[in-house]
Design a protein around this ligand. Structure first.
Ligand code: THU
Length: 149
């Protein structure tokens, strides 16, 4: 595992990007957000070519809320998938949705260089790589006492 100084970006096709954004929007429609009203949708593309959607699910005990991104990852892992290519996130606001810190950490466990596609509902888009959004991520190498290469 690298401690990265330069972000790497593995672009996916324009068609796949559109498809992921469409799936993220579909997932967003199922968000359960009685407290914040802030609906988020995510769509995770795996190496096998499958797409797992996720939406945020809030709770009366606010801290029990789970973000859309982590729902998508949990769904994929529960289906036996651990190799991820790209994640799209869609939210409504002036800026494209952006994975929170916990979600960045959660994603980095499986895909430290995941391609991120972020958008809002007016079509403002931002692209990046997870290592750009979470540089020097804490990972299992630290627990193993291994030097990162
Ligand atoms: N939220 C997400 O689903 N993903 C993020 O990365 C940012 C925050 C959700 C959690 C909560 O339901 C609402 O947005 C407001 O924080």
């Amino acid at each position: 595992m690298n401690l990265l100084t330069e972000p790497t970006f593995s672009p996916i096709s324009a068609e796949e990007t559109r498809r992921l954004l469409a799936e993220a929007k579909k997932a967003r429609a199922r968000a359960y957000t009685p407290y914040s009203q802030y609906k988020v949708g995510a769509a995770l593309l795996t190496k096998s070519g499958r797409i797992y959607g996720g939406c945020n699910i809030e709770n009366a005990s606010y801290g029990a809320t789970i973000c859309a991104e982590r729902v998508a990852v949990a769904r994929a892992v529960a289906e036996g998938e651990q190799e991820f290519v790209a994640l799209a996130v869609v939210a409504d606001g002036p800026e494209p949705g952006s994975p929170c810190g916990i979600c960045r950490q959660f994603l980095a466990e499986f895909a430290p260089r995941l391609t991120l596609i972020m958008a809002n509902l007016t079509g403002k888009e931002r692209y990046g790589s997870l290592d750009q959004y979470l540089p020097y991520a804490f990972n299992k190498d630290y627990l193993d006492g291994e030097e990162a290469d």
